[in-house]
Design a protein around this ligand. Structure first.
Ligand SMILES: NC(=O)c1ccc[n+]([C@@H]2O[C@H](COP(=O)([O-])OP(=O)(O)OC[C@H]3O[C@@H](n4cnc5c(N)ncnc54)[C@H](OP(=O)(O)O)[C@@H]3O)[C@@H](O)[C@H]2O)c1
Length: 347
């Protein structure tokens, strides 16, 4: 049952975009305390993730829904209030999640950089006792992206040769581990020898430092001139053309993001010479229903609990405009590895 006696402040701190542009548009503002709708959970946020999409929104590559807009995507914290809508309370999926006030939860539903947030219950998943909120926040968006994209966008099979661009990044390290656990031959592409070592430790069978090796030539050598069965590409503009040389006939290219810039317009005829499949998924669209969220979060928690999936945190940043700006600048520099986190509250 929701508690009613607890006193909450009238305002909370939120890190917001006050427009599009450089890190100077990021501000720490006071905003109204969020009022939970009858189907929503009120969460006290402890940790929030840093993701490339935050930079796309800030730069205007993706349009902000409004200005000012609270930044951030994935988060983890503590349940303060539960839904009150009787339809929700009677929903079998809701009951199965066994929510309680005071419980640890994670979600990926955006506007995470605030002390308190509200979310539709369908997007809020209890965290098992053995996983802390820091790990849950670090795992959520990239972990669910990797799991859904490997199952639904390109269902990599044991024995497949698979190229992962930015293999030592937040998403890349998780993709390498999941693909390896499926028995795929993972080829990771990275920009430094340190990143190469990390990708290898996390499941890449082959790593190619594209700064000092010819990526296309090496992929050809590794695959006996056949090319790879699948490519997961979060880099975008700079890797786009090369993908068509490295993919084999009937292969699948999963275009995931725009770290180096947006993929240029192209004709579908480009897919014809090798009868290719091209997928451009967005993780949230694999996580629409409560059942989908439960299914994929359960897989993510099980992978972490079993030790099959290790979550690497690069650095924690403070919950300030400067902290968020520094995190986004560091990530956009291309020098980071693993996940960057914002510490929203002291536990
Ligand atoms: N579609 C979706 O739903 C979804 C969900 C999650 C993430 N994504 C996308 O997946 C990609 C990876 O996300 P992430 O958060 O895990 O980021 P990340 O991997 O931590 O960082 C991006 C990496 O891209 C590489 N890169 C190559 N050229 C770059 C350039 N010009 N500028 C910056 N980086 C460059 C860098 O690795 P190297 O130096 O090794 O090349 C860099 O570390 C992003 O494009 C993100 O938008 C999409």
């Amino acid at each position: 049952m929701a508690t009613t006696s607890k006193q909450y402040p009238q305002t909370v701190k939120a890190v917001q975009y006050t427009g599009t542009g450089g890190p100077e548009v990021i501000k720490l503002n006071e905003v109204s305390f969020p009022e939970a709708k009858p189907d929503e959970v009120l969460i006290r946020v402890e940790w929030a993730g840093v993701n490339f999409i935050d930079t796309y929104f800030r730069q205007g590559i993706y349009q902000l829904p409004a200005v000012p807009w609270t930044a951030g995507q994935d988060s983890a914290g503590i349940v303060e209030k539960l839904p009150t809508d009787p339809n929700v309370l009677n929903d079998p999926e809701y009951k199965a999640r066994k929510y309680e006030v005071g419980q640890k939860v994670a979600c990926i539903a955006g506007t995470a950089y605030a002390e308190y947030i509200t979310r539709p219950w369908t997007k809020v998943m209890p965290i098992p006792a053995s996983i802390d909120t820091r790990t849950a926040a670090a795992a959520s968006l990239q972990g669910l992206t990797a799991i859904t994209f490997v199952e639904e966008a390109y269902n990599a099979q044991s024995g497949d040769y698979v190229l992962v661009h930015a293999a030592a990044g937040g998403l890349g390290l998780i993709l390498c581990q999941i693909l390896k656990s499926r028995g795929a031959h993972v080829i990771g592409s990275v920009s430094t020898d340190e990143k190469a070592a990390l990708a290898k430790e996390n499941g890449a069978e082959f790593v190619i430092n594209y700064k000092n090796e010819d990526l296309i030539k090496r992929v050809g050598e590794i695959t006996n001139g056949q090319g790879v069965h699948g490519i997961y590409d979060g880099v975008g503009k700079t890797t786009w053309e090369g993908n068509f040389e490295m993919i084999r006939r009937k292969g699948t290219i999963v275009s995931i993001g725009n770290a180096s810039g947006v993929v240029p317009p192209f004709s579908p005829l480009k897919l014809g010479p090798k009868n290719l499949k091209l997928v451009r998924p967005v993780v949230g669209n694999y996580l629409e229903t409560a059942a989908e969220v439960t299914h994929y979060y359960t897989e993510l928690w099980q992978a972490i609990q079993s030790g099959a999936l290790k979550i690497h945190v690069y650095k924690e940043y403070p919950f300030t405009a400067e902290g968020v700006g520094a995190a986004q600048t560091d990530q956009a520099s291309g020098k980071t590895t693993g996940k960057l986190l914002i510490k929203v509250a002291n536990q």
